[in-house]
Design a binder for this molecule. Structure first.
Ligand code: SAM
Length: 342
């Protein structure tokens, strides 16, 4: 989730990489970094002993930026433009480890022209891959009900209906094409934040970014692809930045390690219940005070690590992972009535 930051426009500082290396132990073999960004994880893995790293990013700019230093690593570093949902296809060979550091990079957030920030005026874009429908397209074309659902389910914004109504009223007067224009519409419909509270547009911008980049589909597909791509004993390390993402990763590891709630403890174990992962981290690892002081953007991050077993990979039911679903796929009225979707 985006926070106002006293030191913007600096390079991306890798989050929780020390904790990843500590959890993994000695690094060797073939790794894939599915969220290459500024390459902080990829470099750390190569420097720690990975034989090769495949760096994947859907943002062509991230890969262009690596041109300045990637040759240092010769053919140990291979860069691929693509989505981590297909990481098993990008890997080319069974992997010893996979890292995913979800969300946007500081470069993406800090560049007003990318349209991710409610604090900087720019085009309302938010496309990591710089292709497809932008946030402005979504805000211009989605129905009021769909906008409200996105804000509520992907941003946990309780004033979702009020904000969606305001967006639709505003776009009838003039198209909403700029980040600050949208941030002002949202802010006008929420109470003024108290000192220390996040910007009122934080949740809505998160929700719209998730929708524009189909982030939850990417995450589910990416976790399943990781299960297929890892060798027995291979490591999957995932860093998340908000509670909805963390819940999916937590439930994935619970489900795949056989630690999720048994509905009937007398039921015979089915072969497909065999654990695909063992848990390397018990619970989530958070950054310590020193890391947060050095890098305020790390403050909401959480790391979970699992180790692949020999059990064959298989499909995962997204519903079992707590993936927020828009009403086309899930009853919405009952949830909204319970939680106060206004
Ligand atoms: C938080 S940054 C990663 C930073 C990186 N760990 C580092 O140390 O420099 C996330 C990056 O992942 C990319 N990304 C996000 N979702 C993706 C997806 N589904 N497939 C491929 N890349 C993705 C973004 O474009 C962004 O560059």
């Amino acid at each position: 989730m985006e926070h106002s930051d006293p030191t913007p426009d600096r390079p991306h500082i890798p989050v929780l990489i020390g904790s990843i290396l500590a959890a993994v132990g000695p690094v060797s073999g073939h790794w894939l970094d599915g969220t290459f960004g500024a390459g902080g994880y990829a470099r750390a893995l190569l420097d720690a002993g990975a034989q090769t790293v495949t760096g994947v990013d859907r943002d062509p700019l991230a890969l262009d930026m690596a041109a300045a230093w990637a040759p240092e690593y010769g053919d140990r570093l291979r860069l691929v433009a693509g989505n981590f949902s297909e990481l098993d296809q990008h890997a080319g060979e069974p992997l010893d480890g996979i890292v995913l550091d979800l969300g946007v990079s500081s470069m993406q957030l800090d560049q007003a022209a990318r349209g991710f920030s409610f604090a900087k005026d720019g085009p309302l874009d938010m496309r990591m891959a710089q292709s497809g429908d932008s946030a402005a397209d979504l805000v211009a074309t989605a129905s009021e009900a769909t906008l409200a659902d996105i804000l509520y389910h992907y941003g946990e914004e309780r004033a979702s209906r009020r904000i969606a109504r305001a967006i639709v009223a505003a776009r009838e007067t003039a198209p909403i094409t700029k980040t600050l224009q949208l941030a002002a519409i949202i802010s006008a419909n929420l109470p003024r934040p108290k000192p220390g509270q996040s910007h009122p547009a934080t949740r809505s911008f998160q929700a719209i970014r998730i929708a524009v980049n189909t982030e939850f589909n990417e995450l589910i597909e990416g976790l399943m692809a990781a299960e297929r791509a890892l060798k027995p004993g291979g490591i999957l390390a995932v860093v998340t930045f908000h509670s909805l993402e963390d819940r999916i990763v937590k439930r994935f590891f619970q489900n795949r390690s056989g630690n999720d709630a048994q509905t009937n403890r007398y039921a015979p174990q089915r072969p497909e219940d065999t654990a695909r992962f063992t848990l390397v981290t018990k619970g989530a690892v958070a950054p310590d005070a020193d890391e947060i002081a050095a890098n305020p953007r790390a403050r909401s991050s959480k790391l979970r690590v699992g180790r692949r077993t020999t059990a064959p990979a298989g499909p995962v039911d997204p519903a079992a992972l707590g993936v927020p679903m828009l009403p086309e796929t899930q009853s919405y009225k009952s949830r909204s009535a319970k939680k106060g979707h206004r």
